[in-house]
Design a binder for this molecule. Sequence first.
Ligand code: PLP
Length: 273
Amino acid sequence: MRIWLDGALRDSTSAQVSVLDHGLTVGDGVFETLKTVDGRPFAMTRHLRRLATSARGLGLPEPDAEEVRRACAAVTEANPMPLGRLRITYTGGLSPLGSDRGTTGPTLVVAMGEATRRPDSTSVITVPWTRNERGALSGLKSTSYAENVIALARARQQAATEALFSNTKGALCEGTGSNVFVVLDGELHTPPLDSGCLAGITRALVAEWTGARETELPMDVLDRADEIFLTSSMRDVQAVHRVDGRDLPATPGPVTAKAMRVFEERSAAEPDA
Ligand code: PLP
């Protein structure tokens, strides 16, 4: 696999980042994951904008959008595949022990992997840990992801593929790597950004294209929702057929099926939506 590191394409097995990179030692970095279809990235401009927002949030120098675009294009071209996962990682860079951050400037890595189409529906669980909607990392796509790794491992133990968090107020927030939508009395809702969820790009597009409402939702909405679905760059719109062992009536329900259809059609027609 060919990846981008420090201004050039390199072989992924020999490309090297310092063991003292601040991203490795303290998780001081930000990232983006986006889908490529036949070599074309989806919603690249939005991902670049969010990368810059996350970098600003961590106090990292703003990434050079043109360089990141060039790197993504080079990696995509070097690794042809029908459905790909492009990963942009941008960290604080080499930081000798005891120093704050980056004596050499940030590290930019763009890597790619083959992706498979996700099943149309999945099983999720809720976890007892909370997202801190007032925390310094709230809403930033930072590489400090261990909390999500722990929650996802718990989901896997229960034959689920995603774990949902509440925030500190007990309101529904998001999944480890996805946003969540619920249908109540035929109306589509998703938690607002001040719930502490990431400003998901798929979430924003689905909300815009379906007219979903942003609503603060208590966690027990999951016990009563007629339909639930997840959104993310790699899942697109994925129906939930089971939550904490409760089977949902019909999967995908009519509202979810419509969101799936609308997203599939519009995203194919507007690759830089
Ligand atoms: N929430 C979290 C915590 C995520 O990590 C992600 C994506 O990885 C999402 C939501 C979904 O965001 P997007 O639709 O931009 O992929």
